[in-house]
Design a protein around this ligand. Structure first.
Ligand code: SF4
Ligand code: SF4
Length: 109
């Protein structure tokens, strides 16, 4: 079985923070601990402002191992409001990246 990971298409991330909340509830993390954190990145050039939201899995993310064992999707993927997160084999996720800009991959050991 190959390595697994999370694919995030941040072009469509709305910054709703639902993935953060879903992860916290799934793992019962206290205040201040996060399995995933949504970062707001503001880029300014001349008279144009671009705002991107980039969800960043932390070192606490174990790709929802217990849920996967039970045949479920990771909590963040299941509850993402924009369906812009995917869980799967890294080889498949890398292929998906080849066809789409503004994407990131997360693959813990
Ligand atoms: S895969 Fe699970 S542990 Fe990792 S960020 Fe998503 S909800 Fe949290
Ligand atoms: S739930 Fe989806 S749309 Fe909302 S912040 Fe997380 S990745 Fe972005």
């Amino acid at each position: 079985m190959g390595r697994k990971g999370l694919f995030i298409d941040y072009e469509y991330c709305t910054g709703c923070h639902t993935c953060e909340v879903a992860c916290k509830q799934e793992n019962n993390y206290p205040a201040g601990r996060w399995g995933i954190k949504v970062n707001e990145i503001i880029l300014e050039s001349f008279n144009k402002v671009e705002i991107n939201y980039l969800p960043f899995p932390t070192e606490l993310c174990n790709l929802c191992a217990a849920r996967i064992k039970g045949g479920e999707l990771p909590a963040c993927v299941k509850h993402c409001q924009a369906s812009c997160m995917k869980y799967g084999d890294l080889t498949d996720l890398v292929q998906a990246m080849e066809h789409k800009a503004k994407t990131v991959l997360f693959a813990p050991k």
